[in-house]
Design a protein around this ligand. Structure first.
Ligand SMILES: NC(=O)c1ccc[n+]([C@@H]2O[C@H](COP(=O)([O-])OP(=O)(O)OC[C@H]3O[C@@H](n4cnc5c(N)ncnc54)[C@H](OP(=O)(O)O)[C@@H]3O)[C@@H](O)[C@H]2O)c1
Length: 349
């Protein structure tokens, strides 16, 4: 057992407790953060991952006794996210990154984390999805040609792969279904082009799926278990990673930035079965679980061996994530009400 897992709580009861666990930096991050010269700029920081990523970076720097300024940039449609960051010592800058001129006023930075993305609502407005996922990367590549950039991508850049194969590897073809996933491929290619042009050191982080207690695949399943709703097992398998571990690894992956870019699958090391996970949640909540459909032979899966070799395996065990989620949902803990739609197989979001 690692030091991190020894100190994990049995349950998490409040958002304050959740944020404490979610932003607790690893020893490896505290050592790495000392190598960064500020400011660390985080673009698209106002969404689901950005706030806890920024606070983790600040905590790591504080605990390492290293004065690092963390700058969170977003439109901050969610003002509460901005207030929470301000309160934790993160400098916040409101900016619409679709406004190319506004980017000029952002601080120069040796290190940039890029979190901007658009997925849901693609069916209603595909043009917007393509614009957000291609224009903003082009502007950012132009604004930060000499910075190390870790750009978030998604496991959706791959086609569904055979469950028995253990998931797509970074060298596999990027031939997914649907406009969102293809716009996500374009997001990568635009950054890659910028790196070709300017030599920008870059990591393309293909994440699936981050698990928080307020959203994520485990929350989606736990809510169905709690309400007795039937669970369709056609998309029968998935990978996931505790969002805190994902954020820790995203920050440390700055060290892997290179030109040509380094693609990196970021998720847990196991292929998880929807049926198995839901049954375990049912047992934790003492509820019967209802299934429909049959497991397909393919699923959206990534092989995270490269990330585990480079950065270490994510330390938070599935048992803890399942226990925390079941307890949180049973007690009516707050959720974002943003389903992942992980069960989608035709690429339509
Ligand atoms: N969470 C996951 O499980 C997961 C899985 C796979 C991939 N990813 C990728 O990881 C990244 C971060 O994930 P996330 O869940 O935090 O995404 P998210 O909730 O969508 O957050 C991204 C944030 O970017 C900001 N943004 C969008 N357009 C902007 C603009 N024009 N100017 C400035 N800011 C803008 C938005 O905040 P404002 O409204 O404040 O501007 C948005 O909330 C995304 O790119 C996503 O594709 C996440």
């Amino acid at each position: 057992m690692t030091q991190a897992t020894e100190t994990l709580p049995e349950t998490i009861a409040t958002e304050d407790e959740l944020d404490e666990v979610m932003t607790r930096p690893s020893a490896a991050l505290k050592a790495f953060i000392r190598t960064l010269r500020g400011p660390l700029v985080v673009l698209g920081a106002g969404g689901k991952m950005g706030p806890s990523l920024c606070v983790r970076a600040c905590r790591a720097a504080d605990e390492a006794g290293h004065g690092l300024e963390v700058v969170a940039v977003s439109r901050f449609s969610d003002q509460a996210a901005r207030a929470g960051l301000d309160a934790r010592g993160v400098r916040t800058l409101a900016c619409d990154l679709m406004d190319r001129k506004a980017l000029r006023d952002l601080p120069d930075a040796e290190n940039v984390i890029y979190l901007v993305g658009m997925k849901f609502g693609t069916q209603q407005n595909p043009a917007r999805t393509w614009a957000v996922n291609t224009l903003v990367p082009a502007y950012v590549a132009e604004r930060y040609p000499a910075s190390r950039i870790v750009a978030l991508s998604t496991g959706n850049v791959y086609a569904l792969s055979p469950v028995v194969g253990g998931g797509s590897m970074e060298t596999d073809a990027l031939t997914p279904l649907g406009e969102y996933a293809n716009a996500a491929v374009a997001r990568e290619r635009i950054f890659e082009y910028g790196s070709q042009q300017a030599g920008t050191p870059l990591v393309l982080v293909r994440l699936n799926y981050a698990v928080d207690l307020r959203y994520g695949v485990l929350v989606d399943l736990a809510r169905k278990v709690a309400t007795g709703a039937p669970i369709d097992v056609t998309m029968g398998h998935f990978n996931c990673i505790w969002q805190g571990d994902a954020n820790d690894m995203i920050l440390r992956s700055l060290d892997l930035a290179a030109s040509p870019p380094m693609p990196l699958n970021l998720t847990g090391p196991q292929v998880l079965s929807v049926r198995d996970v839901a049954r375990r949640q049912g047992a934790l909540m003492a509820r019967p679980v209802h299934f429909v459909g049959l497991e397909a032979e393919t699923a959206l899966l990534s092989d995270s061996a490269r990330a585990c070799a480079a950065l270490g395996a994510p330390p938070t065990p599935l048992d803890a994530m399942l226990r925390w989620t079941a307890h949180w949902i049973e007690r009516g803990g707050p959720t974002l009400d943003k389903p992942t739609h992980f069960e989608v197989r035709d690429g339509q979001y």
